[in-house]
Design a protein around this ligand. Structure first.
Ligand code: ZN
Length: 325
């Protein structure tokens, strides 16, 4: 089935091999020395280890061309899974700390252009603010607006730990982003509860929510999300890995859909959670989701994408054809 994905992080999608190659090139010392040991180390174990792997991996990125490798790797994985269109997050806070804006944009632009030619699928980028460093928000926005002018970035996101960094800290930056023509999303209702989602929709007026699974704790919020049909980018395997949902329990996406919410499914940090979008569909199938339900979730992603109607129509036609064959 041709697929669409809206919540996946470029840095979390690069595999162990890619980071090993980058670390070797940059002469960055990893906690283990052989490629094989690194591959083993890279596999998901628990939350503290995930943070360790993530930090070590991102720390090995020392040159703008390293983002080129990550993006190429990303295109390859999406193409292998027949994901025709992706909107992917990029941790802009880390980029602006290390590189000059124009140098980073040059490297990203070259990688997107060559990825599209080489693999034939489309990847649009949504850089996000690391909410734990709110003082970078204006600088991130400037970077994102420069990238938008070059046709590279389509929106602004908000990532990182929710607790202690509520959406309200970023209200003005989001207003300015919208004035600059950026689409807006934010991670909310993953590691923190309904308040965080209320903040994302009321303070930031986001068009989509990253995760949002904890909305089920507040019936008034569920009703608001249902009435406004705000798309929720649900990432099942990530939720199980990080303990947002207990292993062995039914994932709340079932109740969310029953409540009339607009959900799609995504892989979040696929390489680090040993998953990918195909595996997310298989996970839901193993939880009892039917094939038409999975097709609907895929269609929901397309409908929630930041594409104009002509572009969506082209993909809709492709989907219909694939369903007939
Ligand atoms: Zn995420």
């Amino acid at each position: 089935m041709p697929k669409f994905e809206l919540h996946v992080h470029i840095e979390g999608a690069a595999d162990a091999d890619t980071y090993f190659n980058i670390a070797q090139k940059n002469k960055v010392k990893l906690p283990v020395s052989s490629r094989q040991a690194w591959q083993h180390y890279f596999e998901f174990r628990d939350f503290p280890h995930f943070i360790e792997v993530y930090t070590t991996a991102v720390n090995s990125l020392r040159a703008t061309e390293d983002y080129g490798f990550l993006i190429d790797n990303f295109f390859q994985h999406q193409a292998e899974q027949n994901i025709l269109y992706s909107e992917a997050y990029l941790s802009a806070t880390f980029i602006i700390e290390k590189f000059e804006d124009e140098d980073a944009l040059d490297a990203i632009e070259a990688a997107i252009k060559s990825g599209q030619e080489k693999y034939g699928c489309v990847v649009k980028l949504i850089p996000d603010i690391g909410r734990m460093i709110p003082e970078t928000q204006q600088q991130v926005l400037d970077f994102v607006l420069k990238g938008k002018q070059r046709g590279l970035f389509i929106g602004l996101g908000l990532g990182g730990p929710e607790k202690g960094y509520p959406p309200g800290l970023f209200t003005e930056t989001y207003q300015e982003a919208r004035r600059g023509g950026l689409r807006t999303v934010a991670h909310a209702g993953e590691s923190d509860g309904p308040e965080s989602i209320w903040g994302a929709i009321d303070d930031l007026q986001v068009e989509r929510i990253g995760h949002g699974v904890r909305c089920m704790e507040d019936p008034a919020l569920v009703e608001a999300l249902r009435l406004r049909q705000i798309p929720l980018e649900v990432c099942p395997v990530s939720n199980y890995c990080l303990g947002i949902v207990e292993q062995g329990e039914m994932h709340p996406i079932r109740e969310m859909l029953d409540a009339g919410l607009n959900c799609c499914i995504n892989s979040d940090d696929p390489a680090m959670f040993s998953t990918n979008l195909t595996n997310e569909f298989e996970t839901l199938a193993s939880l009892g989701f039917s094939w038409p339900e999975l097709q609907q979730l895929n269609q929901n992603a397309l409908e929630a994408a930041f594409l104009d109607d002509d572009e969506k129509n082209r993909y809709r036609k492709g989907l219909e054809e694939s369903e007939r064959s």
